[in-house]
Design a protein around this ligand. Structure first.
Ligand code: CUA
Length: 344
């Protein structure tokens, strides 16, 4: 009876976990492994569903056995009678060895199969299209297509052409991070001093959000990233624009903003190509105005958030390397925001 109670507890736990499933199934579609948007993620999603079905069958068999024991008429067995264990051996051999071996071997082989279609650890035969470097807590992104003079740098937002595989190499400058865009592929770690690879592909144009998936310090949860799959011609336009140096300030307010940016310490950490700002500690801001979000995709990229980020980064994202820059009056802050806004 004690064993039956123990099994009962285990089955309740298992059933509880299964009842939580709808929560995962209803997860936000653009950031869910259960709503794949590319071939690799589709393979992973099939595997997850297959394992889930196996799991349901095992849970059902356990419940049936427990109910059989619990509903056996009282008196049909004597708890104190000596146990004839020989008959129990077949349960151990079948339920304890044969069935788990078959199930685990099936899952193992299916996992190997899924991985062999979309290898994520071997580097591609040709150079990567994009290099992503993890920082606490943002993503440095370099586009490596074309000649070296065509390389360009951006941050936190990746554009890819829909329907084409994109090879990415991953590295880190500080601690271990993990690249995870659930709708496009599984996770791969960014390990300092070791280059890892992943190949992502989106079937359709769309925006797919991702998340650092390895705990990397205080702002790990706010180390988000955005993958935007464009139609190929849109992607080429985007790429062409990103290769350009920053736009020049056109009116007096923007010029004042640019002067402020260059006279304050901003340029020691940030690059704005085409100006004297060439820091590499923080994100490249050459085309910051074209990005959807700021602060590693924590906040929408609007004027109010930009101003708040410049003056109160430590309140918004404590422990990040962006200091509070407060030595402005309101007019100067507006000028700075106007300058950054036009960096399309
Ligand atoms: Cu980077 Cu967690």
């Amino acid at each position: 009876m004690v064993t039956a109670m123990r099994q009962c507890r285990f089955a309740i736990l298992l059933t509880g976990l299964l009842l939580m499933l709808p929560v995962f199934l209803r997860a936000d579609a653009p950031q869910s492994a259960l709503h794949p948007a590319g071939p690799a993620a589709a393979e992973i999603s099939h595997l997850a569903r297959f394992v889930l079905i196996l799991f349901l069958i095992v849970a059902a068999v356990m419940w049936i056995l427990i109910l059989l024991v619990l509903t056996r008429p009282r008196g049909s067995f004597d708890e104190h009678a000596p146990i004839h264990f020989e008959r129990g051996y077949s349960w151990i051999w079948i339920g304890g060895f044969a069935v788990p071996i078959v199930i685990l071997a099936t899952v193992f082989v299916s996992g190997l199969r899924a991985n062999s279609h979309f290898p994520i650890h071997d580097g591609p035969a040709h150079p990567a299209d994009i290099r992503i470097t993890g920082h606490q807590w943002w993503w440095d992104i370099e586009y490596l297509s074309g000649g070296v003079n065509q390389y360009f740098r951006t941050a936190n937002e990746i554009h890819i052409p829909a329907g084409r595989p994109v090879d990415i190499e991953l590295d880190s400058v500080d601690v271990i991070h993990s690249f995870w865009v659930p709708a496009l592929h599984g996770k791969v770690d960014l390990v300092p001093g070791q280059v890892n690879h992943i190949r992502i592909e989106a079937d359709q144009p769309g925006t797919y959000s991702g998340q650092c998936a390895e705990y990397c310090g205080a702002q790990h949860a706010n180390m988000k990233l955005l993958v935007i799959a464009d139609r190929p011609e849109e992607f080429e336009r985007w790429e062409e624009n990103q290769r350009q140096d920053s736009r020049q300030a056109v009116d007096e307010q923007q010029r004042a903003g640019q002067d402020l940016f260059l006279s304050r310490p901003c340029g020691l950490c940030h690059t704005i190509r085409g100006t004297l700002a060439n820091g590499r500690v923080g994100p490249d801001l050459t085309h910051i105005g074209s990005r959807q979000k700021i602060a590693a995709n924590m906040l929408p990229n609007d004027d109010a958030n930009l101003a708040a980020w410049i003056t109160h980064a430590q309140a918004l994202k404590p422990a990040s390397e962006m200091p509070d820059i407060t030595q402005f009056d309101g007019r100067q802050l507006q000028a700075m925001v106007a300058y950054l806004r036009q960096l399309q």
